[in-house]
Design a protein around this ligand. Structure first.
Ligand SMILES: [Zn+2]
Length: 285
């Protein structure tokens, strides 16, 4: 991390600490007062997210599945044909609904990137569980990069923040061979999966990094909607020369939109949505 960014973080952390001294901490999801042993989120919200992480989901597409439905990466679920993410195995914490959707909103659009530290333990549990179940090693985390214009506007990349905290928990290296070369701001209003996939084509390029050879990679993002972004990133990595291709490309996300629960994926802009807005949909970005 460069010194300027480190200085900004330190100043912000000091201001936050001072603010909390004057104003007692509240849950960033519900606004209820917090005790010292449960920073940022109330115990009830933590429990809700933990329960959500125990629900069955498909290890190929991330869709929620019933108790007796197939969800192994070797056995596609009924929704797999409509959501090709292009990765070997997918791990997720939950589906895109409160409180996880509110947590994503706070991190991504309200600029509360400190909450990435709160989300990281849930990601850690989801990743280690799937890695063990599916016998898929974790060699490195690759946060999905933003296009430089969006990064400049947002000032941070939520996936990098999540990767930073997750890496500390699991002692996994974070590597960034990907570069986002295509701005997808013009995706506004595109709701068709086919059009979104088409629009994401060529969005990423992958640097020829020999270290990746034979490794098991885990792409990291906050939300998976149609899967077009993860698919485009995985495609860029697969274009590497055979000698430096990884052994597998997998993905870890905080949440996956439900095919049936939120079929209408609309653009959500931080400037147009008040803090207490009940987030019900989100874009790939
Ligand atoms: Zn599936």
């Amino acid at each position: 991390m460069n010194p300027a960014r480190q200085a900004i973080r330190s100043t912000r952390a000091a201001c936050a600490a001072l603010f909390q001294t004057v104003f007692p901490d509240q849950c960033w999801i519900t606004g209820t007062p917090l005790s010292a042993d449960s920073p940022h989120l109330s115990p009830e919200i933590r429990e809700q997210i933990a329960r959500e992480s125990l629900t069955n989901y498909c290890r190929r597409c991330g869709s929620t599945v019933g108790p007796y439905e197939r969800h192994d990466r070797h056995s596609p679920c009924l929704r797999c044909p409509t959501r090709d993410i292009g990765v070997h195995t997918l791990a997720r914490v939950g589906h895109f609904a409160p409180p996880l959707s509110r947590l994503v909103y706070q991190i991504k659009f309200a600029g509360r990137w400190e909450l990435a530290a709160v989300a990281a333990p849930f990601l850690f549990q989801a990743l280690t569980a799937v890695s063990e179940q599916q016998q898929m090693p974790i060699d490195t985390l690759i946060p999905l990069p933003l296009h430089w214009r969006r990064r400049l506007k947002r000032t941070f990349n939520q996936s990098e923040e999540l990767a930073c905290h997750l890496s500390a928990l699991g002692s996994w290296p974070v590597r960034q061979p990907l570069r986002r070369v295509k701005s997808t701001a013009e995706q506004s209003g595109i709701h068709s999966k086919t059009q979104r996939r088409e629009n994401m084509k060529g969005a990423f390029i992958c640097r020829p990094d020999p270290w990746l050879s034979g490794k098991h990679l885990w792409l990291l993002d906050d939300v998976c909607t149609t899967g077009a972004t993860l698919h485009a990133a995985a495609t860029a990595i697969r274009k590497l020369a055979p000698a430096i291709r990884p052994a597998s490309i997998n993905a870890l996300v905080l949440c996956v939109t439900d095919h049936h629960g939120t079929p209408h994926v609309e653009e959500l802009d931080a400037d147009s949505v008040p803090d207490d807005h009940p987030v019900t949909s989100i874009r790939d970005c």
